[in-house]
Design a protein around this ligand. Structure first.
Ligand code: PLP
Length: 389
């Protein structure tokens, strides 16, 4: 039987960058005690108070079909949240509830691109980006954010490939680098979008994990609210990865189009999880800070452990649940280092290469285990690096 090219070409053949992760999972299944610093998931589960709210919502009858574009109560509280946090007036008509941030990435690219269109994204990148762009039949075009530039994308590099493109996907706070785009970077990005009539798709799923200052959304920049689509999610802010509740913020007409897409794809998100999300958002900032606190603490721990040595350089992480390490002085690739570290010390980290060519020679460390275990793993990683020199 024949399969569509959209499906078969979604993930190009060859190494998908997940070899070390799969190997560590096999070792764990075989009984080896591996410290996993790979995927971006909290070491806590969804809080029982949120699960109670989910249970209550189900018992109250939120078990049937829902409004395809999201429950009105959730759209309302998300709109209020975005207005308060970004200063940009946002109403429920600007909100689409999506199946997690990933559902938002899918919907926004279907909204903005036709088959054959070029869609820009920044390298290093979250692993699903190019594949998501290909689900539309669009062509993913990577723009390098250079390590030498602190992984800040350069507006001139974006402008150089922007002619005729439809969209630009950015992510700040950034996975995998932990970098937050400066105001100057954001201004440059906004200028390119205005000059080249691009949609800006701004993935802000780490907006509550900001270690210095406040989160800044480029939708707030002059002339950007009409061309920016912000992706948000309950996954990282509330440790609700499995609930699959996220959103897209954008112009009313754009939301209307994506509501049609929702009718023909997800058919809505389950009501009891949406009502649990309303409850969770109602817990306010203190709860969100409590969820983010371990990552802030562990980020400080890793940065401290990396001081006073030259084998490895930690990229200053200003947000998100990761620290990126530059291991180029060891002469090894990220892949070879990560594989060797796993074999030797039973510590699993992600090779930078898994997140694009721009992160080659780097490692992404997810701050997702208890502090003492993280410290032990980092000391082993340092020891391994020093032995390569
Ligand atoms: N965007 C980024 C940058 C991510 O790191 C992730 C998950 O790790 C997602 C989007 C998707 O998150 P979710 O679909 O759980 O909201």
């Amino acid at each position: 039987m024949q399969y569509s090219r959209t499906i078969t070409e979604m993930i190009p053949g060859g190494d998908d960058g997940w070899n070390v992760f799969r190997k560590s999972r096999r070792m764990i299944t075989d009984g080896t005690d591996v410290t996993e610093l790979t995927i971006g998931e909290h070491d806590i589960r969804t809080d029982p108070v949120i699960l109670d709210a989910m249970h209550r919502a189900a018992l109250e009858g939120h078990t049937g079909y829902t409004t395809f574009d999201g429950e009105p109560e959730l759209k309302e509280i998300v709109a209020e949240r975005i207005t308060t946090r970004t200063g940009v007036a946002t109403t429920p008509a600007n909100v689409l509830i999506a199946q997690g941030g990933q559902g938002g990435l899918f919907a926004t690219h279907h909204l903005t691109c036709d088959p054959g269109d070029r869609a820009l994204f920044i390298d290093p990148y979250y692993t699903t980006y190019p594949g998501t762009i290909r689900t539309v039949g669009a062509i993913p075009v990577a723009v390098t954010a250079r390590a030498g530039n602190g992984f800040q994308p350069d507006a001139a590099d974006i402008a150089a490939v922007a002619g005729g493109a439809r969209s630009l996907l950015i992510n700040s706070p950034n996975n995998p680098t932990g970098v937050i785009y400066t105001r100057q970077t954001m201004d440059g990005i906004a200028q390119v979008c205005r000059d080249h009539d691009l949609w800006l798709i701004s993935d802000e799923v780490y907006d509550t994990q900001v270690w210095n200052g406040d989160h800044f959304s480029p939708r707030a920049l002059p002339g950007m609210a009409g061309r920016t689509l912000v992706i948000g999610s309950m996954s990282k802010s509330h440790a609700m990865t499995g609930s699959r509740v996220g959103w897209v913020i954008g112009p009313e007409q754009a939301i209307g189009h994506m509501a049609n897409l929702a009718t023909h794809t997800t058919y809505g998100i389950s009501g009891f999880t949406q009502h649990a999300a309303v409850f969770a958002l109602g817990l306010g900032e203190a709860f969100e800070e409590q969820i983010a606190a371990p990552f802030r603490r562990r980020r400080d721990l890793v940065m401290r452990l990396m001081e006073g040595q030259n084998a490895i350089r930690a990229i200053p992480a200003d947000g998100a649940m990761y620290v990126m390490l530059d291991i180029r002085r060891t002469g090894m690739s990220g892949e070879a280092f990560a594989d060797g570290l796993l074999e030797t010390h039973k510590v699993a980290v992600m090779p930078g290469e898994s997140f694009g060519a721009a992160a080659a020679g780097h490692l992404r460390v997810a701050l997702t285990v208890a502090d003492d275990r993280l410290e032990d793993a980092m000391l082993k990683l340092l020891e391994f690096a020093k032995r390569q020199g």
